[in-house]
Design a protein around this ligand. Sequence first.
Ligand SMILES: [Zn+2]
Length: 280
Amino acid sequence: MISKSLAVPPQHLRVAFFTMLGVAAMAGALNGAVALGEWVSRAAPTSEPTPAAVKAEPQVEEEAEPAPPPPAFQFDAPLPGRVINSPFGLRQLPWEENGRLHQGVDIAAPGGAAVKVAADGVVKATGVSPTYGRYVLVMHKGGLTTMYAHLAGAAKGVKRGAYLHRGDTVAFVGNSGRSTGSHLHFEIRKGDKPLNPSFFLGRSFAEANDLPIKAAGKVSRKVRLATVSKWPDSVAKAGKTAGGVKVARLKNGRVRATIPVVAIQAPGAASTASSTGSSV
Ligand SMILES: [Zn+2]
């Protein structure tokens, strides 16, 4: 019958079939062996500690207290060794009638002095403002920002997106914007809220909850009269042309001159227009 003769393949075909099967099985086994060998040789150095590593870890160290993690927030003075000569708080400038919030601290330093970034952060903006002059704004963890103003200029490579480590030079001291002498105006903010930098500089905080946001955001009712080395040109000039200088003798014997000034506001500047000259 035809079907019977087909069911049994000729002898030589069967031999070829089993030979191929055998070769394939051997190849597979060989691959497996090679892979296993590679894995063992790779794993060996790490799975077996060297005698030196064992010696370096004596039994007692396992019970020693682990080193505390580094503080999450650390702030350094932007001009190390220099003093704050105008603090955060309500301040009245000699040519103003009322006190206004000085939203940062002023640190006097010669022009060109290197300004250090107070904490690790990323540059958010650099620019020029009529009041702040040349400035650099840096973003930090926890929604905090620091600002460096009245600069001669930003340091090399300091532009939006640049990462800065605490202590890196961010800018150089200048006298740009509405400033009465060479100094750094330095601010710390949480969102839009200005904070007293004295609560932060030279201090570190383990975690965000330790930041003195509430205390640093408080503004004393006391108005401090600022002493300035020179009056800004805008105030002096406007005073001369307007002419209407009012001189008042105060109860404490001090004499105050009030000079009407038309605020010079650059287009696009934040509207803090006042009737007198201002300083930040
Ligand atoms: Zn200032």
